[in-house]
Design a protein around this ligand. Structure first.
Ligand code: PMP
Length: 433
């Protein structure tokens, strides 16, 4: 699988004194941080902000913010319809963004790329437009025990409506999928395998290429929830052989309200539209319509023009840094985060998959994650606490909630040190580990 091999550990050296992994950084993080105005601020009574909630949403570089301002100040117009200068500018930039996103995930064509509001809408699009036509009574949808609610609830709704069954591949103690169970659950009744590429809780990177092959051999399709992978590693949808592939702009330096559904062209061709309205039609008769060409058949109404254009700028920004370099930096920083947290007594980190990304969930003794996150927030450090939209996984872990620190390429070891210090202080404050 492309780029799941984090490799090139020669970029890291061990600091023998502290047992720390020090980055010999291929990224100039300090320079990159200057692209993000929001990071350069103090909160509360003068504490320098540490932002470690990147799995929820990433921060935005100036280039992306400028693209939004430029659209609204220079060429705001509707796309695909206006026969005037501004409309042509807007349409050209909007379609340019489609090309950028297609290249970013190595899609064969721009026809594979439908713009949506984000991962959640992309998955619902598949559940409604493909699922309702292809899943019936007695069929099985196979998801996993580590799915985000976005890749679970749409399948629950579909299964209930159609009399189909939703089964979950179990998780092993290290946070990897039980691949033997996966193989045995892959019966001929399975119509779709729905799996996250990278867990937003455990960080686990799932072997989606291997799973795609097994799914196809069993006559099923595979949908990959790539919300947490595309921002952090180079991906190649064609090499992965994904049938459907969903991701969001806001987790990869782009604005909120924009996302992509990639799908194989034959599937998109055969699918009914998700929503009806303007722009998705070819001809509208009094009592029936024919559909626009791909991918416009799936883009009813005025799209989120400014945010899609800025999404394309975000993809360019990440490409300029280099996805492999981003991945290497995050791999080392994740290892450092886990090591710094695990050396604290009574701290338990969830998820030790050999291939993992930078979402690090943990428990600190009996301190409730909400109390912990509020306490570290007072130190200027933003982490997440709660069920992280993964309640079935929380049950598997035997908890109702976790705390989560999640890193991006602009985070540093110093910031992780501040988190570790704040966790130790929290233990003293709450009087127990
Ligand atoms: N899947 C995963 C793995 C996620 O982490 C998220 C966002 N937390 C989503 C899906 C949903 O993404 P969005 O809210 O952008 O639709």
């Amino acid at each position: 699988m492309r780029s799941l091999d984090f490799a090139r550990d020669d970029r890291c050296i061990m600091n023998a004194d502290a047992g720390k992994t020090k980055l010999v950084d291929s990224l100039d993080v300090e320079r990159l941080r200057r692209d993000f105005p929001i990071l350069d601020q103090t909160v509360y009574d003068g504490k320098a902000l540490v932002y470690l909630d990147n799995a929820a949403t990433s921060q935005k570089p100036e280039a992306v913010i400028d693209a939004l301002v430029e659209y609204y100040t220079r060429y705001n117009a509707n796309v695909h319809r206006a026969l005037h200068y501004l409309g042509e500018q807007a349409t050209a930039r909007f379609e340019e963004a489609r090309g950028k996103l297609a290249r970013f995930i190595r899609a064969p064509s721009e026809r594979n790329i439908a713009f949506t509001r984000g991962t959640t809408e992309s998955i619902n699009l598949v559940a409604y437009a493909w699922g309702r036509a292809n899943v019936g009574k007695g069929d099985v949808i196979l998801a996993t025990g580590m799915e985000h609610h976005s890749n679970l609830v749409p399948w629950q709704i579909l299964a209930r409506e159609k009399g189909a069954e939703l089964k979950l591949v179990p998780i092993q103690d290290d946070g990897t999928l039980d691949m033997e169970s996966f193989a045995s659950l892959l019966s001929s009744n399975v119509k779709l395998v729905a799996v996250t590429h990278m867990s937003n809780v455990l960080g686990t990177v799932n072997p989606v290429k291997e799973m795609a092959k097994a799914a196809h051999d069993a006559g099923a399709l595979i949908l990959v929830d790539a919300a947490q992978s595309v921002p952090h590693m180079a991906v190649d949808v064609a090499a992965l052989d994904a049938d459907f592939f969903a991701f969001s702009s806001h987790k990869m330096c782009g604005p909120t309200g924009a996302g992509v559904l990639y799908a194989r062209e034959e599937l998109l061709d055969a699918m009914n539209p998700f929503m009806g309205g303007g722009e998705m039609i070819s001809k509208v008769n009094d009592d029936y319509s024919t559909w626009a060409d791909l991918p416009y058949k799936f883009e009813a109404g005025t799209p989120n023009i400014a945010d899609v254009i800025a999404f394309g700028v975000a993809a360019d920004y990440l490409t300029d840094i280099g996805m492999d370099r981003i991945h290497e930096h995050e791999k080392a920083l994740t290892a450092y985060t886990m090591a710094r947290l695990e050396e604290i007594p009574d701290v338990r980190v969830f998820g030790h998959a050999p291939e993992r990304g930078g979402a690090v969930s943990f428990a600190v003794g009996e301190i409730h994650p909400h109390d912990l996150s509020q306490y570290v927030d007072q130190q200027g450090i933003a982490i997440r606490a709660g069920h992280l939209c993964a309640q079935p996984l929380m049950r598997r872990l035997g908890v109702t909630a976790v705390s989560r620190a999640s890193v991006y390429f602009y985070n540093t070891e110093d910031e992780i040190d501040r988190l570790a210090d704040a966790v130790r202080k929290a233990q003293q404050f709450f009087g127990h580990g």
